[in-house]
Design a protein around this ligand. Structure first.
Ligand SMILES: NC(=O)c1ccc[n+]([C@@H]2O[C@H](COP(=O)([O-])OP(=O)(O)OC[C@H]3O[C@@H](n4cnc5c(N)ncnc54)[C@H](OP(=O)(O)O)[C@@H]3O)[C@@H](O)[C@H]2O)c1
Length: 248
C-alpha cells in the first residue's frame, strides 16, 4: 500500500477519522495537507503530527474558501495524487420536529460541500489519482431521527459511482469508505461529561455485532488502501468498515 512521495489533501483532517487518515498517509510517506474550519484545532493537530503537515483553514460550505483551498494546495504541492473528502457533520432530524436550518446545515456540508470540494481541486489531481469520499453505514439502513443525515450519505455513495464514470478517462478513481459507529468527537454532546460519553460509547458498542464502536485508525487503513495502487481495480465502490453494523 505504497503512497511514498504522493501528495494528499484531507478535508476535516483536524479530528477523528480525517486526522487518523492524515496521520496514516503521512506515516506511509505521503505529503499531507489538512483542512477544517477551526484554525486553532488545525494548529494544535499540526504540532502533534509534526511540522511537515500543511494546514489550510477552509469551510467546505464556502465557495471562496474552497477556491482558496485549491490555491493553497497548489502553492504547497503543485498537484495532488490523493483527495480524502471527509469533512462532514452529523445532526438528528426527527421527522416531526426538524427545522429547515438543520436540513440545510447537513446538506450544505455533506452533499454540496463534498461535490464542490471535488470540483475545486479536480484541476490539481493527476492521472492515476485517487479520490476517496466518506459516506456512512447509515446510507443503507433506516434509523429513526436520521433521515437527512442518511440521505446525505446516500448521495455521497452515489457520487462515488458517477464521479468515477466521469473521471475514468483521466484515470482518476473515485471510491467511498463507509464507516460504522466510530468513536470520534462527532458523537460528543455539547454539555456531556466524560463519564456520560463513556456510557454512550458502551451503549452504542453493545448495538454493534462486533461488540464495540470502531476506532478512527480502522477507517484510515481503508483510506490508505484506496489511496494506493493496491486498490487499482476498484472504481465507484464502497468499502464498508462497520463491525457488522449495517451488514449483519
Ligand atoms: N464517527 C462516526 O461514527 C462516523 C460514521 C460514519 C461516517 N462518518 C463521517 O466521517 C466524517 C468525519 O467524521 P468524524 O467522526 O471524524 O467527526 P469529527 O471528529 O467531528 O471530525 C469532523 C472534521 O470535519 C471538520 N469539518 C466539519 N464541518 C466542516 C466544514 N463545513 N468545513 C470544513 N471542515 C469541516 C471538523 O473540523 P472543524 O469543526 O474545525 O471544521 C473536523 O476536522 C464525516 O463526514 C462523518 O459523517 C463518521
Amino acid at each position: 500500500m505504497v503512497v511514498e512521495g504522493k501528495t494528499a489533501l484531507v478535508t476535516g483532517g483536524s479530528s477523528g477519522i480525517g486526522l487518523a487518515a492524515a496521520r496514516m498517509l503521512r506515516d506511509n510517506g505521503a505529503r499531507v495537507a489538512i483542512t477544517g474550519r477551526s484554525f486553532e484545532k488545525l494548529e494544535s493537530v499540526a504540532a502533534e503530527l509534526g511540522g511537515d503537515v500543511v494546514i489550510i483553514q477552509a469551510d467546505i460550505t464556502s465557495a471562496a474558501d474552497r477556491a482558496r483551498m485549491k490555491t493553497e494546495v497548489e502553492r504547497a504541492f503543485g498537484s495532488l495524487d490523493i483527495l480524502f473528502a471527509n469533512a462532514g457533520v452529523a445532526l438528528g432530524t426527527p421527522l416531526a420536529s426538524a427545522d429547515e436550518a438543520t436540513y440545510d446545515t447537513i446538506m450544505d456540508a455533506n452533499v454540496k460541500g463534498v461535490f464542490f470540494t471535488v470540483q475545486a481541486v479536480l484541476p490539481l489531481i493527476r492521472e492515476g489519482g485517487s479520490i476517496i469520499l466518506n459516506t456512512s453505514w447509515l446510507n443503507q439502513v433506516g434509523t429513526p431521527g436520521r433521515a437527512v443525515l442518511s440521505a446525505s450519505k446516500a448521495a455521497v455513495r452515489s457520487f462515488a459511482r458517477t464521479m468515477s464514470a466521469e473521471l475514468i478517462d483521466r484515470r482518476i478513481r473515485v471510491n467511498a469508505v463507509s464507516p460504522g459507529s466510530i468513536e470520534t468527537p462527532i458523537h460528543r454532546g455539547r454539555d456531556q461529561t466524560e463519564e456520560e460519553f463513556r456510557a454512550y460509547v458502551e451503549r452504542v458498542g453493545a448495538q454493534v455485532p462486533i461488540g464495540r464502536m470502531g476506532r478512527p485508525e480502522e477507517i484510515a487503513a481503508a483510506v490508505l488502501f484506496l489511496a494506493s495502487d493496491a486498490s487499482s481495480y476498484m472504481l465507484g465502490a464502497e468499502m464498508v468498515i462497520d463491525g457488522g453494523r449495517a451488514e449483519l
